[in-house]
Write a protein that binds this ligand. Structure first.
Ligand code: GDP
Length: 196
């Protein structure tokens, strides 16, 4: 698929306001500042498709992009931002869980984690929710350019090892928007999910 033609369709304040549960969706999730917007911009080769966050945690909207009629990339709100009140955090976590578990057109989940700080509680929760409903997961270890190649490989192996414990379809790859690492792995995975 050509991801460069991806364009914004709509935003939804919560899962009840998403468009009809039809076609195919692939969702992108991650802690605020994990590099999710940058990854979407890199994948689509666009400078500002997804807004890179100057103020992490502020935009709590689900943003939907379309690459072809009925084929959508879903930018889920970043989680784990410290400044957000506890009650609001819980509300969002519940909504994310509901989306992952109830959205029929959802065919894959991309979880982005900073390669230097992977597998935080909420990252694990997202993966668990996905595996529980047989949703395949691609974990991208972002900002891989921040580590030298030895340390990068060590982190990759560590997370791959840990991913086995989820007992699901969980693939783990290194990724960098800055150095264009792992972009092919991402588009290949999306291709398989969109052609199912
Ligand atoms: P989001 O909150 O998950 O959407 O994260 P952003 O895409 O806005 O990125 C958060 C911060 O990490 C920004 O300052 C980006 O410039 C930086 N960043 C994102 N991707 C990379 C990368 O591949 N390499 C490096 N070195 N920095 C990155």
């Amino acid at each position: 698929y050509n991801y460069q033609v991806t364009h914004f369709v709509t935003s939804a304040p919560d899962i009840r306001h998403l468009p009809a549960d039809e076609g195919i969706e692939v969702a992108f999730a991650g802690r605020s500042n994990a590099g999710k917007s940058s990854a979407l911009n890199t994948l689509t080769n666009q400078k500002s498709l997804a807004r890179t966050s100057k103020t992490p945690g502020r935009t709590q909207l689900i943003n939907l992009f379309e690459l072809q009629p009925g084929l959508r990339l879903v930018d889920l709100p970043g989680y784990g931002y410290a400044e957000v009140p506890e009650e609001l955090k819980r509300k969002w976590q519940k909504a994310l869980g509901e989306y992952l578990q109830k959205r029929n057109c959802l065919k894959g989940l991309v979880v982005l984690m900073d390669i230097r700080h992977p597998l935080k509680d909420l990252d694990q929760q997202m993966i668990q929710w996905a595996v529980a409903v047989d949703l395949p997961v691609l974990v991208l270890l972002t900002k891989a350019d921040k580590l030298a190649s030895g340390a990068r490989k060590a982190q990759l192996n560590m997370v791959r090892e840990a991913a086995l414990a989820f007992m699901g379809d969980v693939q783990v790859e290194a990724f960098s928007s800055l150095k264009k690492i792992g972009v092919d792995k991402l588009s290949q995975k999306l291709d398989t999910w969109f052609s199912e």
